[in-house]
Design a protein around this ligand. Structure first.
Ligand SMILES: C[S@@+](CC[C@H](N)C(=O)[O-])C[C@H]1O[C@@H](n2cnc3c(N)ncnc32)[C@H](O)[C@@H]1O
Length: 218
């Protein structure tokens, strides 16, 4: 199912997915429902990345999580499932149409009471969050040109030992272009360069999906 990790052939991708914890019925149905949307379905993370998110949320013992870019709610289920008892996930998106699919799936998955959705530009939502180091886990997967803005709002609010996961950091492999033809590639290159130089964090870039950076707050 779903999107292959960058650089992997289909056989290896299938092997990875078949040796990673399987999606449950609600997640599988949500992937199928999202596929009905056509090309926008390509924005959904893959099964192994979803399981990675659940694992990371568990490993950070997260009670306060934030997602930037929710779409039809698939990654949000993965994050919500990993939360410690009493934990909450704040989801940021601008699309009522896409997130309404997510809301229905969250009810079916039994995680609706753990998720708050704010429909507004994420930069505004993040800027209005408390100026405290309280976030345990964050996932950035919205409009790529705003990644640095989202990161800049989140880093000061993430606690020491907390993690920010960032999707699409390899941008289809175009990040290695010496002379990128599009602005998004150039902005993603700049984002990755700035994170790598940021002394507030340690970053590990993984070739999962379209590339995921795991950013640990020192
Ligand atoms: C790549 S999709 C998210 C996919 C989702 N994480 C998943 O795996 O199912 C990007 C989402 O970002 C949202 N988005 C775009 N611009 C935004 C903005 N300025 N503020 C908040 N969300 C935005 C879009 O509506 C879209 O749902």
């Amino acid at each position: 199912m779903t999107r292959a990790s960058i650089g992997l052939d289909d056989a290896l991708q299938d092997y990875i997915v078949s040796h990673t914890k399987a999606l449950d019925a609600v997640q599988t149905a949500l992937v199928a429902r999202t596929t009905e949307l056509g090309p926008p379905a390509g924005m959904q993370i893959g099964a192994e990345e979803a399981q990675l998110l659940t694992l990371l949320v568990r490993l950070t013992n997260a009670r306060h999580a934030v997602e930037v870019g929710t779409f039809t709610g698939f990654s949000a289920i993965a994050i919500a499932r990993g939360l410690a008892p009493g934990g909450k996930l704040l989801c940021c998106d601008v699309s009522e149409e896409w997130t309404s699919i997510g809301r229905a799936a969250w009810r079916e998955a039994g995680v609706a009471d753990r998720i708050e959705l704010r429909l507004a530009p994420a930069a505004e939502t993040l800027a209005a969050l408390p100026d405290e180091e309280y976030i345990d886990f964050a996932f950035i997967d919205a409009d790529k040109p705003s990644y640095w803005t989202y990161y800049s709002e989140l880093v000061p609010r993430v606690r020491t030992g907390g993690v920010i996961a960032v999707d699409n950091v390899l941008w289809g492999g175009r990040v290695t272009d010496a002379e990128p033809e599009d602005d998004t590639t150039r902005l993603m290159q700049e984002f990755n360069d700035k994170v790598a130089r940021d002394e507030r964090v340690d970053v590990v870039m993984l070739p999962v999906g379209d590339g995921v950076s795991l950013i640990y707050k020192r």
